[in-house]
Design a protein around this ligand. Structure first.
Ligand SMILES: Cc1ncc(COP(=O)(O)O)c(C=O)c1O
Length: 433
């Protein structure tokens, strides 16, 4: 079901005249024109007055709910102070770094960037500077931002998975080729790369839960094994917690699994939708930014985003029930979808963690990217599109995940499960599953 959106179409047409593809980030263009004009709590509204329960959550950046009062107030307070100095430091930047170091287990120092991509670019440079090595390892299916070095092999087609699959034209060949690809949850695939490239690998980059392909949950053995292997091999272990950070636990997934990486990138949810991100690690490594690794950025540590981040983190720290609640609601959705698909005999696999839930259309279990190649991408996108048509906003693209925020309620979950049952029945009737 597609909603009627005359104004959305008009805005989309106007956008296409001045913005390439009509959007400011590639994955925002997904066929139907989306033009949003309002957001509050768990709900957003489009230009044509349709209201949606938001599970997209700006790719996971909105964690407390849209327009959260504590964050809103912090931003207003920020406007009464310094807007931007670009000289020395503001007290709010110090407070933000102190708070992040208090909350993230492996953090002794941090740098603040504007985006997750900048944080991972900095991690690449620091890892190369520290180790004197060039190569990197990432996992098929993980995304670490748009920097040349890591922009490859995310949602690859079967013919290019594990091969050479850059995300963009215009990347430097040597940068792409300096990143090797391993399989998630498969320690032997990483070990083999260390064996074939002895003393050349600077760092292993890991999304602890690869949410860019839905939700693959790591085994404890895998994360512990990676920690041990990278140490033995003299390479850094970098956790990209841009999605998992603050969303799954106050200290990120490293707090959940009890494994400390050398460096941690975080962003998205840290400021509940305001643009800031960071990279943290031990003093010994991070001090290189004060010595010979370039750290620069006009807007780094911007007071508005810094105030928003502090308000978000404090809210999470001072409300320990937050995670119990979002995780419980996420579990309700996962259990409910499991029951419905079993009852309707749909070949589907439910995955997720905490407040994140995913319904793959294919047989499980899912451990690595290879298992996701069984997913029926068309059915997956159709499910999300049809849920959106019924007022439950889910990005209509294969392998995109859904997020519960602090503003979702049990009643919202009931409505979502009812709608999911209807959508699956309709898809069955239309021969889509
Ligand atoms: C795991 C991960 N790392 C890094 C990034 C890049 O962050 P940003 O879009 O803020 O540059 C993303 C963005 O989706 C991400 O999911």
């Amino acid at each position: 079901m597609e909603l009627d959106r005359p104004l959305g179409h008009a805005i989309d047409e106007a956008a296409r005249r001045v913005l390439p593809g009509g959007v400011n980030s590639a994955t925002r263009q997904v066929g139907a024109p989306y033009a949003f004009t309002a957001a509050d709590g768990a709900y957003v509204s489009d230009a044509d007055g349709h209201r949606y329960l938001d599970y997209h959550a700006a790719f996971g950046a909105v964690l407390l709910g849209h327009n959260h009062p504590a964050v809103r107030q912090a931003v207003l307070t920020a406007l009464d102070g310094v807007d931007l100095m670009g000289l020395g430091v503001t007290p709010i930047e110090v407070e933000l770094a102190e708070l992040a170091c208090e909350l993230i287990p492996s953090a002794e120092m941090m740098i603040t960037t504007m985006s997750g991509s900048e944080a991972t670019v900095q991690a690449v440079r620091l890892a190369r500077a520290v180790t004197g090595r060039s190569l990197l390892v990432k996992f098929q299916g993980c995304y670490h931002g748009w920097g040349d070095a890591l922009a490859r092999n995310v949602i690859s087609k079967p013919e290019s998975a594990y091969g050479r699959d850059p995300l963009s034209a215009g990347l430097l060949d040597s940068a792409v080729d300096a990143t090797l690809i391993a399989e998630f949850n498969d320690l032997d695939s990483v070990r083999a790369l260390f064996e074939s490239h002895p003393e050349q690998i600077a760092a292993v980059f890991l999304e602890p839960i690869p949410h860019n392909v839905g939700a693959l949950v790591p085994t404890q053995e895998f994360v512990e094994g990676l920690r041990e292997l990278t140490r033995q091999q003299g390479a850094l272990l970098v956790f990209d917690e841009v999605i998992t950070g603050f969303r799954h636990a106050l200290g990120g997934y490293q707090q959940v699994c009890g494994v400390q990486p050398d460096l941690t990138a975080f962003g998205k949810a840290m400021a509940n939708g305001f643009p800031t991100a960071g990279l943290a690690g031990p003093r010994e490594l991070m001090e290189r930014f004060a010595a010979d690794v370039l750290l620069a950025g006009t807007f780094n540590g911007h007071p508005v985003a810094a105030h928003a981040a502090i308000a978000t983190m404090r809210h999470l720290r001072d409300n320990p029930d937050f995670y119990l609640r979002t995780h419980r609601l996420g579990q309700r959705l996962r259990d409910g979808l499991g029951e419905i698909t079993a009852e309707l005999d749909v070949d589907a696999t439910v995955s997720g963690f905490g407040g994140v839930f995913v319904l793959y259309f294919g047989t499980g279990p899912v451990s690595g990217y290879r298992d996701l190649m069984r997913n029926d991408h068309a059915a997956y996108a159709a499910f999300h599109r049809r849920m959106t048509g019924k007022g439950f906003l889910m990005l209509p693209m294969a392998l995109k995940r859904n997020h519960v925020s602090g503003a979702h309620t049990d009643a919202d979950i009931d409505l979502t499960l009812e709608a999911a049952r209807d959508v699956l029945k309709e898809m069955r009737a239309d021969g889509l599953i």
